[in-house]
Design a binder for this molecule. Structure first.
Ligand SMILES: [Zn+2]
Length: 65
């Protein structure tokens, strides 16, 4: 079975495993991690950097079109 392996991370607040979703945004893969317990969200770029503001801006841009 083939599976996209996304490294699992634990929530900094509650230490539960965060849910990871990989999305394609403007031809770039990004990983959205979220903790359903305390509603924490975190974006991660392919290179591992986290840019919360940048992604949010891109999202609202494409939604307004
Ligand atoms: Zn949490």
């Amino acid at each position: 079975m083939k599976q996209t392996s996304v490294q699992q991370k634990k929530c900094v607040k509650c230490s539960r495993l965060m849910v990871a979703l990989t999305l394609d945004i403007e031809n770039e893969k990004r990983t959205l991690r979220s903790c359903s317990h305390c509603d924490v969200r975190e974006w991660e770029a392919v290179d591992g950097s986290i840019s919360l503001e940048g992604v949010l801006t891109e999202l609202s841009d494409s939604a307004g079109r």
